[in-house]
Design a protein around this ligand. Sequence first.
Ligand code: LFR
Length: 493
Amino acid sequence: MSVLAFDIGAGSGRAILADVQEYRLHMKEIHRFDNTPVQIGRRLHWDVYRLFHEIKQGIWKAGQAGEYVEAIAIDTWAVDFGLLGKDGELLRAPYHYRDHHTDGVMEEFQKSKISRRDIFEKTGIQFLPFNTIYQLEAMSRAESPLLNEAVDLLLMPDLLRYFLTGEKKTEFTNATTTQLFNPTSMEWDRDLVEAAGISTGLFQEVVPPGTVIGELRAELCEELDTDPIPVIAAGEHDTASAVAGIPAMDRNFAYVSCGTWSLMGTEVDDAVINEKAFEWNFTNEGGVNDTFRLLKNIMGLWILEECKRIWEFEEKVDYKELLDEAEAAEPFTFFIDPDDLRFLNPSHMPNEIKTYCKDTNQHVPQTRGEMTRGVLESLALKYRYVFERTQYLAGAPFYGLHMVGGGIQNEMLCRFTSNALGKPVWAGPVEGSAIGNVMIQLMASGKVESLADARLITFKSTEMAFYFPEQEDTWHRAYQTFCDTIGVNNGED
Ligand code: LFR
């Protein structure tokens, strides 16, 4: 008996069959697929139809593997959504959160409708220009005809789960990322929803992770030649699942989940909504088993992925080559703030980096190796900035940092992180979100007793890599220059 976890990120997705026996997690990847967004005219869309096709492929392959699948759950990135018409059909493929239709909208919304502070007090959520609330505001401003026709709004994993079961529900961890949900009243916030020009009627009942939502629809069972399988809401926000999948043995721990994004923070029992969290733009996203994820988005490996994509117009290059070139390059020749919004979705990332360097009177990197090295150094230094503030907000020091997710295969990033922090780094597992997804399913069936147990099992089943700080003085000096260059305070403000 296994559970089937679909973990879909902004670049690719995977289907994993898993089970736990005697405190050991057994996982088998049975399907992997690309998730390539589609530009049509000026708008960037998710190919949700294709994603659903891939999910069906995964279920079919699980059947072919001769496994009895006891449950299925999906996790994906956050904030994006689909709208259904009154016939229950999806009205249009969802927009990608990096689409430019939200440019400038967040600032205008805060100026003309509800202040930044009020929004934060209601939701505890960080200000990102693509939060669902600003996507809806952008559509309202553009007088999108979809808003007149829509009767239901489903977030990305809700939508895929709806295609599987026909049931409409929104899962809690992902609901919080919309910046429309109030974690204190545990309700959609009427003021915020109405300010964005839509009706609360579009939103679904919010259910906790681990809820059994329904079963595969009859037509699907027939199509895929399978029995009706229960579909569970995982921590449907991939980062919520990733945090559940961290092999921390201590209640107080710091993590960074490294994929396209780097999500750094800690787990807390109650949302931290105070002056400093507001000033530093931290977020309190819903976690599994009554926790919150106090964290901050850092632009992450996206910057490098985009550089690589552009370089590959000229010649194919793999990560190993890039990292070898970076290793040979001179250290600390320039610094960037990875979270400068110009890096969110520029048309040409290497040129954007060069422009940033010119604008800040720095040396302008010329080679791939130099650029790769500088980006990774700046990421690690930004980790230090966020780590120190997480520590301040959590009110206790962390002994080291857990790194999980695909990005930890980049050993240079892990090494630089330990150096920048002056703390040990424990890297693993790579499949953080998928493991969390599996654990939530197994907790729902009672096979795994608690989140602490889930983490113990993950710990026992993961081969971790350890990194210890080196060249601390050099990195410390680099941190001072980094802070000066990007214009932030290097202390705890
Ligand atoms: C990571 C992630 C982040 C979210 C971003 C956009 O995959 O889910 O947590 O801020 O994608 O949805």
